[in-house]
Write a protein that binds this ligand. Sequence first.
Ligand code: ZN
Length: 72
Amino acid sequence: MPRYDYRCRACGATFEISRPMREAADPAACPQGHDDTVKLLSTVAVTGRGGSAPAPAPSAGGGGCCGGGGCC
Ligand SMILES: [Zn+2]
């Protein structure tokens, strides 16, 4: 399962969460409980598809780990 880094804009903490790709864009609360967080792009362990914008949800497939193989 890929890991994503987030940074809390309320307290400045950075933290990491492992979650399915399809939930990558979901809000993540920081360990302090703030929910004003932003996803960082540092840990792109899965595909090199990176862009600056979070990919919208439509699961059009595409290669990679979760392209329908069911690994996630
Ligand atoms: Zn926080």
